[in-house]
Ligand binder design. Sequence first.
Ligand code: HEM
Length: 403
Amino acid sequence: MTMIYDPAHPVVRADPHPTYARLREEDPVHWHPGLRCWILTRYEDVAAALSGPAMSPDRLTPFYAALPGETQSLLAEMMRYLNLWIVFRDPPAHTRLRGLVAKAFLPGTILSFKPLIEKIVTRQLDRLAKKDEADLVADFTMPLPALVIMAMMGVPEERLYDVKGWSDDIMLFIGTARATPDKYERARRGAVEMAGLFREEIEKRRADPGDDLLSLLIAARDEQDRLSEDELVATAMLLLFAGHETTTNLLSTATLTMMRNPDQRARLAASPDMASTAVEEFLRTEAPTNAMGRVVRTTHEVRGVTLKEGDRLFAIINAANRDGSQFTDPDKVDVGRQPNRHLTFGQGPHFCLGAQLARLEARIALPQLIERFPNMSPGSSPPVWLDSLVMRGLKSLPVRTGR
Ligand code: HEM
């Protein structure tokens, strides 16, 4: 098929679903000549790519190895940490690290932070209530998850804009292939500064442990094993990084989806106990994790197409989540949909460790948002979507608060 999928095209950025539908139907194992990688769009293939042993999530090592020597030297300090992120590791390193990190992420621990999340949500909504017009992203959905994960780790909230800046800079390396001036230098600086912050915080917590996530990570033990200093720093960086932008995107697109589907918003407003199924439906219909990268570990065939060892691919979660073989009426938003086996948190050994936290934040924030702002409506300018293949979300969402 000659169809070219251009994730950066403004029409595709605003609504990629028709393109995904065509790919799913006509060319489910699509070779993208520009990106030089495979694009998988069917539910079964995406699920297999995310969970199966034929694929590796370690796309950094080959990418780094192909960079010119001087760029490698520039990025060496950043790679020291990224190489320890469980999300990029294969077994056995993944199994060991995940086992230790999961000890700080037990369901009861996450639930114990509920009052903290409620407090932050109320405070941020109080601030929003002072405005007639707002950018929901800058004023609510960006600060909320970042403040939550920072508070859970005991990072002072006045560091919010530092943390946000560093994360955005690291994202230049991980999240986009686009040529941004200084992108490697900025990514390096972001990683080094974030690592510096956590080194200080870890030292403080060693001297004076609390019940925050950092203290729990320091204390996590498995028989004789524990996280090394670098692993602690790297994991804290990953949690901060993974813990906010995805959830920001979920909250922003969920709000937009409700404004575009007032009947569904009215259902949720009438029955706030539908929050659980509603959040799953928002996760399904606009997954913040648009695409997950993988590297083919062993040559194999998918639908008669040979994927060779070393080939790169993207498994498009937003395409899988609307596959008609899995979901009835897949393009329809139904806040009561059950079952809803979307792939937004991944599948298999790398299934999102923060899924419970993200769900909790959204189940608290969204019903409160619609209760306090029943007349919220689109603002004077249109929403701006992120220019990214791996992330789906909004850069800005102008709204009239209707207060
Ligand atoms: C709506 C919000 C979120 C979405 C959509 C999301 C999605 C995902 C996905 C798809 C993966 C699997 C990656 C892969 O297979 O390559 C993942 C892994 C991960 N997520 Fe999330 N995530 C969200 C929120 C969070 C939060 C709040 C945290 C923590 C504070 C978190 C921490 C992690 C970690 C540590 C991993 C790595 C797990 C592993 O590799 O074993 N995520 N996430």
